[in-house]
Design a protein around this ligand. Structure first.
Ligand code: SAH
Length: 250
């Protein structure tokens, strides 16, 4: 029995953002599990089975993948970006630890470039100082918790990388989040909106907290809200760059 499981981060999109380690883990796998659109990013290989599942079936996917590995297969579970950031790594590790059938299956996590880093790099360096990573989705946690954390991040003057800012059904959260942040932060605070970064459909726009239009934001977007120190550098002949300085006054 040489079964094992790797939870592999695919990065934000384009294969050039895949790490060599992730590439090796995918090449080594006999079976691939993941959300369908993520699996579609992995080139087909001979003698490798593919097991796509829906976005909301994370627990069932983890069980199926672990069962396959327990039978002796080399299995990879793929996630977009980094598998440890709002993705499959914690699900797989929790399921593996909670079920004796999987006690002998080695599980390892192969990191990837997460959306916050991908978007930040396209805008400049908006995460150059302390920042908070937060998911705006209330599918897996109550809105009260999200609101409290947003307030704490705003009061602490962190830059904030916001994952899952909206979806087709979740349309109100971002407007509410913006209003919460505006209670602490200047309306002129830079906001980066990165959509499908690292794919052919990439769009990166820079706006302000006061002018942020939630209607323009969907589930393919990640937002970076600046701190009080974040600013836009405008130099003739160069694209605008958003930066948060390394030095904090005081
Ligand atoms: N594990 C992923 C995050 C999964 S949560 C990672 O590390 O990036 C899904 C959210 O990630 C999306 O709603 C969006 O906010 C963000 N996201 C993922 N890929 C993105 C991309 N290419 N461009 C912009 N945002 C992205």
């Amino acid at each position: 029995m040489s079964g094992r499981l790797a939870v592999v981060g695919l990065g934000p999109g384009d294969p050039r953002y895949l790490t060599p380690d992730a590439e090796a883990a995918l090449g080594d796998a006999e079976a691939l599990y993941g959300y369908g659109p993520y699996l579609d990013r992995v080139p087909a290989r001979a003698r490798q089975s593919r097991h796509p599942s829906d976005n909301r079936e994370e627990g069932a996917r983890a069980v199926a993948a672990l069962r396959h590995a327990a039978e002796g297969a080399r299995v990879a579970v793929v996630s977009g970006g980094d598998p440890g950031v709002f993705a499959m790594a914690s699900v797989v590790l929790e399921v593996a630890a909670g079920d004796e059938r999987f006690a002998a299956v080695p599980v390892h996590v192969v990191p990837g470039i997460t959306a916050a880093q991908a978007v930040a790099s396209q805008a400049g360096a908006p995460l150059g100082h302390d920042y908070v990573v937060l998911s705006l989705s209330d599918r897996l946690k109550p809105w009260d918790v999200i609101a409290r954390r947003l307030q704490a991040a705003a009061a602490g003057d962190f830059a904030i990388a916001i994952y899952n800012p909206a979806s087709r059904s979740r349309r109100q959260q971002l407007a509410d989040a913006r209003d919460l942040l505006l209670a602490h932060r200047d309306p002129g605070t830079p906001v980066v909106v990165g959509r499908a970064v690292g794919t052919p459909n990439q769009q990166v726009t820079v706006t302000t907290l006061g002018e942020l239009d939630p209607e323009q934001v969907d589930m393919r977007c990640l937002l970076i809200v600046g701190s009080s120190q974040t600013r836009v550098l405008r130099t003739a002949g160069r694209p605008d760059r958003v930066i948060t300085p390394r030095r904090y006054p005081g």
